[in-house]
Design a protein around this ligand. Structure first.
Ligand code: NOJ
Length: 566
């Protein structure tokens, strides 16, 4: 295995709109990130992934790009980017940008040209199709559904045809079959790398190819069934990525992490990102994101983690990538509910938060923390649909309401539990007004728990969740265990144990035993196979071991250095 710089890094994901507002307009900005770089360095991260800040009409908070090489006014200027890059370099922090290459905004000059006439030179930059006639009525070319609800096609009257858009109407999909599009995207990537950034998180990368335009199967009478297979992980995506790798990634020592969506199996993940795939450095998968009963409940207190399912996923990815590839390690991102509200415990926030951090950070791969995770931020207590900002949360509410029109409260609760607005509320810096995020009214509601949960409070308490994250990062990067934590083998244990997620990390001459209890009750764990050498990190002051039996307190988590008894 050739070692790469990102294998030894710890990443942090920034959603710029909600991170820190430096100019008091209520919107986070680049200069805000600049001002908080020292904070990130103190935490110990040395890699930041910044979600899109490009010029955009903000239909999807920046994932609808109008100009790939300009900054949206509310976020700052290209000068601010430069300043950020320079200061980050001084602090040893690498910067990875979000590269949105599946679609643009409908306000991008390419699309404005493309839709203007059928023979415009930019026509083939996007995917256009004539409508179908059914009973004398013109309808979409296929019945495919889109991720944000409704059809995957939108009608445009200028040329009386439909364009494909698997996200919102304002996000037309690029036609990657067109070599000119490929070249444009190669140029954009190179331009940013030459500008000084260190790589990309590549948005929606598994969707760059489309299946034949044949209707999807209809289940549940849905007008527009969402069938991922129609536009996910199709063969040509690999050709495009090999091209990007050859023309761009391989020419720079840059990191390329693809977002491969829920439909990508491990085998597909390996195709994208094994060491010899010549495509991507790693892929973010989502298999571990929904291992609970989220779909069955409306009351967040009734959420229960399915530990067996969760570790099955972790184990499978860890084992499949052993020796042949590298993985990012992240719990959740800006598209999922907050970690504390998904897998943590409101009764034991500190203990469960620390346990979840340890469980993830001790695996083999590059950890990524999502902003606010390090202080245990939680979901927002939505009380009304008007509080949703996110386009897909609004459409999810509509979807649930259509199913049960008499129960708007239930529709709201269902949409709220999964809403992408949860992770996008402003970062809680302090107990000051607006959580110290801004002095003006923020663009998005601040979570009312900010006086209890904020950075300032975490920093002032040595026993806080924040300090636990800092310790985990320090252990990984600067300790006698670093080599084992980064490169050691991962060995799963106790597959059928429904309370504990346990595994070994085996280094050259060290073995670490990682034990994480997901239970809110006392549990016990048999240690008779090991000689315990020492405790490396834990979330309770004292461990209770008697006659080789470890009695674990709620959400207890311990990393032991052990020797295996023969
Ligand atoms: C994935 C991004 O993470 C999400 O926020 C966005 O809405 C879609 N891709 C479309 O760009």
């Amino acid at each position: 295995m050739t070692k790469k710089w990102w294998m030894e890094s710890v990443g942090y994901q920034i959603y710029p709109k909600s991170f820190y507002d430096s100019n008091d307009d209520g919107i986070g900005d680049l200069n805000g990130i600049y001002q908080k770089l020292d904070y990130l360095a103190l935490l110990g991260v040395d890699l930041i992934w910044i979600c899109p800040f490009y010029d955009s009409p903000m239909d999807d908070n920046g994932y609808d790009v109008r100009n790939f090489f300009d900054v949206s006014k509310e976020f700052g200027t290209m000068e601010d980017v430069k300043k950020l890059i320079i200061r980050a370099k001084e602090l040893g922090i690498k910067i990875v940008l979000d590269f949105v290459l599946n679609h643009t905004s409908d306000e991008h000059p390419w699309f404005i040209e493309s839709k203007s006439s059928k023979d415009n030179p930019y026509r083939d930059y996007y995917i256009w199709h004539d409508g179908k006639e059914i009973d004398g009525k013109k309808v979409e070319p296929t019945n495919w559904g889109s991720f944000f609800g409704g059809s995957a096609w939108n009608y445009d009257e200028t040329t009386d045809s439909y364009y494909m858009k698997i996200f919102s109407n304002k996000m037309p999909d690029l036609n990657w079959k067109n070599e000119k599009v490929q070249q444009e995207m190669i140029n954009i990537a190179k331009k940013w790398l030459d500008y000084g950034i260190d790589g990309f998180r590549i948005d929606a990368v598994s969707h760059l190819d489309r299946d034949e335009f044949i209707d999807a199967k209809v289940y549940n009478n849905e007008k527009y069934p969402l069938d991922w297979n129609k536009f996910s992980n199709l063969p040509k995506v690999h050709d495009y990525l090999k091209l990007l790798n050859k023309e761009v990634f391989s020419k720079y020592e840059c990191l390329s992490i693809g977002e491969v969506g829920g439909a990508a199996s491990i085998d597909q993940g390996i195709k994208y990102a094994s060491f010899d795939s010549n495509e991507l450095s790693m892929v973010f998968n989502f298999d571990h994101n929904w291992c609970n009963n989220l779909h069955e409940v409306t009351n967040p207190k009734k959420l229960k983690t399915n530990v067996i399912a969760l570790k099955k996923v972790f184990n499978a990815w860890q084992e499949s990538f052993k020796d042949i590839g590298w993985l990012p390690l992240n719990w959740l991102n800006h598209d999922q509910p907050r970690l504390m509200s998904q897998y943590g415990s409101y009764k034991y926030p500190l203990e469960s938060g620390k346990m979840l951090a340890t469980a993830l950070h001790m695996m083999r791969g590059t950890p990524f923390i999502y902003q606010g995770e390090e202080i245990g931020m939680t979901n927002f207590p939505f009380e009304d649909v008007s509080q949703f900002n996110d386009i897909s949360s609004k459409s999810a509410y509509g979807y649930h309401l259509e199913k049960e029109p008499d129960d708007p409260v239930k529709a709201l609760k269902k949409a709220a539990l999964r809403s992408r607005d949860n992770p996008r509320t402003p970062m809680q810096w302090s107990k000051e007004t607006h959580a110290g995020f801004s002095t003006s009214n923020p663009w998005m509601f601040v979570n009312p728990n900010y006086k209890k949960i904020n950075v300032e409070k975490n920093l002032s308490n040595e026993n806080s969740l924040w300090h636990h994250y800092q310790k985990l990062i320090d252990l990984r990067k600067n300790s006698i265990y670093s080599d084992t934590i980064i490169y050691g083998d991962y060995e799963q244990l106790d597959r059928d144990d429904e309370n504990h997620y346990t595994y070994l990390r085996k280094g050259k001459n060290q073995t670490l035993l990682i034990i994480n209890s997901f239970s809110s009750k006392k549990t016990s764990y048999d240690l008779s196979k090991y000689n315990i050498v020492e405790v490396i990190i834990s979330n309770y002051k004292k461990q209770n071991i008697k006659d080789n039996i470890l009695t674990l307190k709620p959400f207890e988590s311990i990393v032991f250095k052990v020797e295996e008894k023969s």
